[in-house]
Design a protein around this ligand. Sequence first.
Ligand code: PLP
Length: 441
Amino acid sequence: MSISASTTNNLDAFWMPFTANRQFKQSPRMFVGAKDMHYTTSDGRHVLDGTAGLWCCNAGHSRPRIVEAVQKQVAELDYAPAFQMGHPKAFELAARLAALLPSPMDHVFFTNSGSESVDTALKIALAYQRTIGHGTRTRLIGRERGYHGVGFGGISVGGIVNNRKNFGTLLTGVDHMRHTHDPERNAFSRGMPESGAEYAEDLIRIIQLHDPSTIAAVIVEPVAGSTGVLIPPKNYLERLRAICDQHGILLIFDEVITGFGRLGSPFATDFFDVMPDIITTAKGLTSGVVPMGAVFCTKSIYEAFMTGPDHMIELFHGYTYSAHPIACAAALATLDTYDEEGLLTRAADLAQYWEDGLHSLKDCPHVIDIRNLGLIGAVELEGIVGEPTKRAFSAFLKAYDDGILIRTTGDIIALSPPLIISKEQIDELFDKLRTVLNAID
Ligand SMILES: Cc1ncc(COP(=O)(O)O)c(C=O)c1O
């Protein structure tokens, strides 16, 4: 397969997201096909997917059940309004998701992306506090190095400097806990780091500063992905939960990457056995096939809104494409695929093999830390002095040439393959990554 000359010659108009546009357009990297664990490039090469696309294609690529479901749905019911109207698959999907989540997390609000899920969750949290008579609780607390998408809500509670600094003053009334990254104590930890549960106490400092009666919710990624894979220290999330409970603060887990099997359980809430009040998801919900997100909340949050006259809208929020029929069909078929192949727990079986392979890269040049949990891995490189991100980007380019797709953020290589990856493919991924690390300057 190859892309036509007219296509290759016309790269100008597309302003690519989170991309070095000028570098890319000088030296394009095009995918024209995908099947199972591999992408096909425009020059006909197969590239092993080490990142499930962008942490989303958990069932692998172009899986037959999902493809058929989407094809069938588009011919049957292409679109149905989501406001004051419904279609059966939306309710079927919500019920299946509610059954997959631990009780009492049993109501679902549909969105189209992780960013929208985050904004939705923050709005539900604020509106809930007001609805139960706690209207002074308007503050939102995020965490340094958190990534919660790119909406104004998400970048406000997020803690990645480059995502925030150019975009004005963001939401007011937001504060941030310190991050949990502690390479002095925890470098090369296998799985959850031993040290750092006490970083949860930073929330107490913030609560004391603002007073609990002003704080609506705390949002964290159970495992921070986009900032370079920061695994929570043992007992950290439990401690956060306890502090939130003590002060009447809602806890939101942003599970946009941890949801749908990434850690070896359906959700991180299962894996860590810590129950938040609201969970945001997207990505793996449809295995990346159709954009879709979902926000889960507890029965008591949902029921707090179900008051007033029956004909009144209870929550003034929603998207034209909430519960889009094609997305619902894709998600249902994705859940079937996960079920049939045991994919939501498969990472648990592979986790040790993955960890051993990943940590075997410890002695490669420039490596200053390696982190892992479930089927997530990160290799942190020492940055080139005065040229941050350049070394990891060189690794990314060489990896692509060598036939593996990796992702980099700063000088960190992040890995999160589709959950169908075989042990042989894990070996191939790390063998090729070793060659890359040995080759770059
Ligand atoms: C934890 C987290 N939240 C939110 C998002 C944003 O998702 P989207 O890009 O679908 O808006 C991401 C994306 O990587 C994410 O990792």
